[in-house]
Write a protein that binds this ligand. Structure first.
Ligand code: NAD
Ligand code: UDP
Length: 337
C-alpha cells in the first residue's frame, strides 16, 4: 500500500516524501523532472533510510500512470505535479493550462479506473486574489491575476464537481501560503531553475554570492514598514500538513478545503533582517519598483486546519531562515553540488 506523490521529486513533494516515510507511510514518486532532479532520491534515502520507487513519467500520460497503478497498490494520491512560475504562465498560458489541467484530469481518470479514492491537491493562496487578510477558506475565490492562478482555481472547481458526482471520492484541497525553508539536514531543499522569482531563494543566492543584491519590490505599500507582507511557512510544517490531510481524506468523502499557513504576516524587510541576524550573513539589497500584480498583504487564517486536521505550523521564521541557508550553503548548485 502506498501513496502516489505526483511531482514527488520537486520542492514540496520531496519534503512530503520524507515526512511520509518517517511516519511509516509508504510512497511512490512520479515526476518528469521538468523542474527537479532524480538525484533527490539519494538524499531522501540518506535522510529516511528508505528508497521509494521513483517513476520518470509525465503524469498527463494515462498509459504510464496505468502502469504505476498496475504495479503498485496505490491507496491515495497527492498531486503536486504542475508548472508554478507566475511570470512564465503569463508568457506561456497554453503550456500552463495544458500541463496543469491535463495532469490532474489524467490522474483522476486513472484513479477511477483502479478504484483509488483519496486525492489531495496542491492549491494556492493565489486563488483568493486581493482580499483583506486574514483569509479564511470561505473567502471568495476566482480573483486570479495570472494563468497559473487560474489553473489552481479551475482544478479546484473540477475536483469539487468530481466529488459531487462521485460520492466515493475523498478530496482535500490544500491552499498553501508561502513555503520556504528546507529539511533540517540540509540534504534537500528548493532548487529553482535560473534566476529565482521568489523571495527566499533570491535571498539565499545573494547570500551565497551567486547574485549581487536583492531588489525589494517596493517600500510604499500600506504595511508597517512599506514592504510586502506574506505568510511564510516552513516546508516541513507544510509536509506534515499533508500527512494530516491524508488522514482526513482516508476518513471523509466529499471535498474539503484547508489553508496551510501560519497566520502570521512577515514583511520583506523583516525576512531579510531575520535571515542576516540568524545566519550572520549580509544580504545587500536595494529598493526597486513594485512588481506588477503584487499584493500588499496576504496571510492565512489557519484555524480550520487546526480544528479539523489537528495541524498547525510549529516552526519559526528564524527556523525557516536557518534551514534555507543550511541547504543553500551546502548545495550552492542544488543537487549538482
Ligand atoms: P516544484 O516545481 O519543485 O515541483 C513540481 C514537480 O512537478 C516538479 O518536480 C516537476 O518536475 C513536476 N512536474 C510538473 N509537471 C509534471 C508532469 N506533467 N508530469 C510529471 N511531473 C511533473 O514545485 P513545488 O514548489 O514543489 O510545488 C508543488 C505544487 O505546489 C505545485 O502544484 C505548485 O503549483 C503548488 N504550490 C507551490 C507553491 C510554492 O510557493 N512553492 C505555493 C502554492 C502552491
Ligand atoms: N519580493 C521581493 N524581491 C524579490 C522577490 C520577492 O521584494 O526578488 C517580494 C514580493 O514583492 C512579495 C514577497 O517578496 O512581497 C514574496 O514574494 P514571492 O514571489 O516569494 O511570493 P508571492 O508574491 O507569490 O506571494
Amino acid at each position: 500500500m502506498a501513496i502516489l506523490l505526483t511531482g514527488g521529486a520537486g520542492f514540496i513533494g520531496s519534503h512530503t516524501a520524507v515526512a511520509c516515510l518517517n511516519a511509516s507511510v509508504d510512497v511512490v514518486l512520479a515526476d518528469n523532472f521538468s523542474n527537479s532532479s532524480p538525484k533527490v532520491l539519494d538524499r531522501i534515502e540518506k535522510i529516511t533510510g528508505k528508497r521509494p520507487a521513483l517513476y520518470n513519467v509525465d503524469v498527463c500520460d494515462k498509459r504510464a500512470l496505468r502502469d504505476i497503478f498496475a504495479e503498485r497498490f496505490i491507496t491515495g494520491v497527492i498531486h503536486f505535479a504542475g508548472l508554478k512560475a507566475v511570470g512564465e504562465s503569463v508568457r506561456l498560458p497554453l503550456a500552463y493550462y495544458r500541463n496543469n489541467l491535463d495532469s490532474c484530469l489524467s490522474v483522476l481518470e486513472v484513479m477511477q479506473e483502479f478504484g483509488c479514492k483519496e486525492f489531495v491537491f496542491s492549491s494556492s493562496a493565489t486563488v483568493y486574489g486581493d482580499q483583506p487578510a486574514p483569509l479564511t477558506e470561505s473567502a471568495d475565490t476566482g480573483h486570479c491575476s495570472n494563468p497559473y492562478g487560474w489553473t489552481k482555481f479551475m482544478i479546484e472547481q473540477i475536483l469539487k464537481d468530481a466529488a459531487k458526482a462521485n460520492p466515493e471520492l475523498h478530496v482535500v484541497l490544500l491552499r498553501y501560503f508561502n513555503p520556504i525553508g528546507a529539511h533540517e539536514s540540509g540534504l534537500i531543499g528548493e532548487n529553482p531553475n535560473g534566476i529565482p522569482n521568489n523571495l527566499m531563494p533570491y535571498i539565499t543566492q545573494v547570500a551565497v554570492g551567486k547574485l549581487k543584491q536583492l531588489t525589494i519590490f517596493g517600500d510604499s505599500y500600506d504595511t508597517p514598514d512599506g514592504t510586502g507582507v506574506r505568510d511564510y511557512i516552513h516546508v516541513m510544517d507544510l509536509a506534515e500538513g499533508h500527512l494530516a490531510a491524508l488522514g482526513y481524506a482516508e476518513a471523509h468523502a466529499g471535498c474539503e478545503v484547508f489553508n496551510l499557513g501560519t497566520g502570521k504576516g512577515v514583511s520583506v524587510l523583516e525576512m531579510v533582517n531575520t535571515f542576516s541576524s540568524v545566519n550572520g550573513v549580509e544580504v545587500p539589497y536595494i529598493i526597486g519598483e513594485r512588481r506588477a500584480g503584487d499584493l500588499a498583504t496576504v496571510y492565512a487564517d489557519p484555524a480550520k486546519a487546526e480544528q479539523i486536521l489537528g495541524w498547525h505550523a510549529k516552526r519559526t521564521v528564524a527556523d525557516m531562515c536557518r534551514d534555507s541557508w543550511n541547504w543553500q550553503k551546502n548545495n550552492p548548485n542544488g543537487y549538482d553540488g
